[in-house]
Design a protein around this ligand. Sequence first.
Ligand code: IVH
Length: 668
Amino acid sequence: MDLEKAESRVKELHNLLNQYNYEYHVLDQPSVPDAEYDQLLRELVELETEFPELKTADSPSQRVGGAILDMFEKVQHRTQMLSLGNAFNEQDLRDFDRRVRQIAGEDIAYVCELKIDGLAVSLLYEDGLFIRGATRGDGMTGEDITANLRTVRSIPLRLNEPVTLEVRGEVFMPKRSFEALNQAREERGEELFANPRNAAAGSLRQLDPRIAKSRNLDIFVYGIADVGETGVVSHSEGLDLLDRLGFKTNKERKRCANIDEVIQFVEGWVERRPNLPYDIDGIVIKVDSLEQQERLGTTAKSPRWATAYKFPAEEVVTVLKRIDLRVGRTGVLTPTAILEPVRVAGTTVQRATLHNEDLIREKDIKIGDHVVVKKAGDIIPEVVNVLADRRTGEEQDFKMPDNCPECNSELVRLDGEVALRCINPKCPAQIREGLIHFVSRNAMNIDGLGERVVSQLFAEELIHDVADLYKLTRDQLLELERMGEKSVDNLLNAIEASKRNSLERLLFGLGIRHVGSKAAKTLAQEFETIDRLAAASREELTAINEIGEKMADAVVTYFGLEEVRELINELKEAGVNLVYTGPKPVAASQSDSVFAGKTVVLTGKLEQLSRNEAKEKIEALGGNVAGSVSKKTDLVIAGEDAGSKLAKAQELGITVWDEEKLIEELNK
Ligand code: IVH
């Protein structure tokens, strides 16, 4: 075949493949069998191999770019990606409507859309070509995830018209793909995703686009960032334009003439929601007219012209089969309800924490009861209440045991505490949980060392205390179940990296009683080295504002233990950093302000405060006001007509606030 012929065939193949792709992934109406699509795609790839000059970025063959990235680049959004205010009931919706009409007049039409429970993305097209896709990030700066987004088949690589525009949408994982993915992960012994949203987020965060491709992600595009020259005058026209350009929009939308119609729409979806093939967490209500949107404007975080109605958490009924006990790292026993598996809010639930014995009594929970279950914050399963009228008389009261289920030592109830504890310091369950805590995200943050691996290391007696983690060898790790060369290398690197953590992570990780992550930070800042902290007296400790007597006693007792001194020596020998290397502390009264320790730059004209007033107030809250923007700047306050400093801040990805937001935070 000569080049000319090849070129025209390639064009033909582009058109056919794009059309079939669109029919299949956007319209959900395939017109040809998969095999035919695959055949044409193979033909295209062959031609592109023979004539590399015919391979273009928008070719249907280019959905996986191949290259694995080291990291995601930062991206400045041309228009800020806002979030939405919430409404939880009819009254909130009526209040929203009243505020809208006060500003924009009586004649308001709304568009109601499903609120897709996924991840917001921004897609940039130039002359009709998809050139960049990014996450929301903090709204101003996101991450460039173009390669992963190209693998989403419902995202067009080329639009039907050569327009330049930025659109916004929600990437999600359909329920069925989520279930299949979790099932496969379970079979491979990998950690499960809590819900489809986490799975979608996890997939988009992969540096290897082949993983994203395998995850079956989908998108609904719900808006245009800046309608510019498109001639569009309303949100609904914008959605129609998106349809014409080849985007996948959600068809379950409705233009409503007033708030009563909106409420009807919302109520209709409360019941129909479980039948959808994807998760939604509410309904988004938007003022339709763009001119009215403009008049309403936005607050620092969200537009005044839109709100999100959030559905109440889904509740289901199931049977409580038994109550298991888990011994935590402090020896506290937590009862857990083992349930007849049941689907709720997107996943199968079979356990729910019951917190403590009192809660079981308060809710009058018996073994064998029918119970109502929901997911708090849509993640953590919880027993809401018992359906006492469904009892048969066979149900049994639950009684806490007298002995620890793991080490059999006698349980005690400390003064004034609800919880029962195992106080045997050698209890294996406590030691194991302590190790899991040590490696966890807010402590030493050792990636790849989850509950499963730590439990295995502990069971195999490869680790007895936290210092042992730093003595693990490559060969030992390779012996573990499901650990390949690559995971072992990653794990060793993560362990090595954790040696450089600032002291507060170690202090929190050690699990000293009463010392949470905040107190650990205070102690690390005040004493700077672990040796100084270990030598501190009760008086020195209580002299610190945030350290109470209980905590001071716990710290003194802890460092007085011979085995703790030995442990610290071992950590020192292993090369673990025992010094505070974080930012300088600020006075205690200021330390919980958002400005504490931050370098702030003021730019542009402020209306309600003078520059000097703003500076004084920020400094009084522990902030440091600087004159120019650099990499060290944490925050820029941009007033009217802000110029080059604002541009520089945006370039560097620094958080920018307007004056309204500044005043809101100063008044907190
Ligand atoms: S409009 C300025 N429409 O919900 C308007 N958002 O808290 C911005 N979302 O960040 C959003 N479905 O990730 C809009 N049909 C929809 C949506 C939607 C889901 C997400 C989006 C946004 C969040 C709002």
